[in-house]
Design a protein around this ligand. Structure first.
Ligand code: PMM
Length: 295
């Protein structure tokens, strides 16, 4: 089974009609995210950047107020809400489809109340025991990511015999938990969680194994943007120093286009302009191939 562009239930209608992978723009309202921490940690610049992402081609803007960089300490939910709520409210008010990147049920509920249409939970419901019940009650679209531990411990959990099979099975267990909590499975998206309790080698294997994850029957979101494995891939051949996050966008858009050709529903990226071009090119390629087959 290959992945499908068909999206989850519950999103604004125009997002169902795109017929290509959606572009989810990253907006971290945090002082310390690895890729853009501190750049948008005041409300006005965060809102301006969210609008710029939307104008640049993001179909959804994903607003997060807690850094998930490896080693990061937890942020109190109250502080997270102080960071994200004005931004979610202003962007939703401006007509931008907003997703809230949180593992806290209270933040998810507040953000959906302010107009967010997706709850993006990097813990797949494991980080907060109240999350799945809250999502069921909200009736919102839910991104359920593969996760094993909080950011300060996740690197210790990057141990697998068969990373594709274990991620698939652990995601299947989370889907069961979603159903048990009363979430409509048609509203759920899965995500392999690149970089979360994964080594670079694990990330590459998971990208190669997307078709296996698609056997779970849910749309897939992939978030490769600017991650460490790309810094390692692009390391300086002389010094061995990793490429800085800001220099990883060409590789990100290339991978996003390749994932799009594999049929993923959405990619989560920082550089939406480059990714928009790359996905449109990939989409044109696959459409053209289909046309030729029809002749
Ligand atoms: N990665 C990050 C944050 N949120 N959400 C989903 N669904 N998938 C991801 O891969 C993901 C995420 C970490 O990256 P960032 O610090 O650049 O936002």
């Amino acid at each position: 089974m290959s992945a499908t562009h068909d999206g989850p239930r519950g999103l604004p209608g125009h997002l169902d009609e795109l017929n290509r992978s959606l572009i989810v723009g990253v907006l971290n309202v945090t002082p310390d995210s690895f890729s853009d921490g501190g750049r948008y940690d005041d409300v006005e610049s965060a809102i301006a950047h969210g609008r710029a992402l939307y104008a640049g081609g993001a179909d959804v803007v994903d607003v997060g107020g807690e850094s998930t960089r490896p080693g990061a300490a937890r942020t109190a939910p109250e502080i997270e809400r102080e960071r994200v709520m004005p931004v979610v409210g202003a962007l939703a008010e401006a007509g931008v489809p907003v997703s809230v990147d949180t593992i806290n049920a209270s933040t998810a509920a507040a953000a959906v109340g302010a107009g967010a249409v997706i709850v993006n939970d990097v813990s797949g419901g494991l980080g907060d025991p109240g999350m799945l019940d809250t999502v069921a009650a909200l009736g919102t679209t839910y991104v359920c990511m593969h996760w094993r531990a909080y950011s300060d411990q996740m690197d210790d959990h990057a141990v697998y015999d068969d990373v594709i099979g274990e991620v698939r099975d652990e995601l299947a267990a989370r889907l069961d938990a979603c159903v048990a909590a009363g979430i409509d499975l048609e509203r759920v998206v899965i995500d392999p969680g690149l970089g979360f309790a994964k080594t670079p080698a694990h990330n590459w294997m998971l990208l190669g194994g997307l078709d296996e994850l698609a056997t779970l029957g849910r749309p897939i979101l992939v978030g490769a943007s600017r991650k460490r494995f790309l810094g390692e891939l692009l390391a300086d051949s002389g010094t061995g120093a990793q490429r800085a996050p800001s220099g990883r966008d060409v590789a990100t858009s290339t991978l996003s286009a390749l994932a799009s050709l594999r049929g993923v529903w959405a990619v989560r990226v920082h550089d939406v302009v480059a990714t928009h071009d790359a996905i449109r090119a990939a989409h044109a390629w696959s459409t053209h191939q289909l046309d030729q087959r029809d002749v």
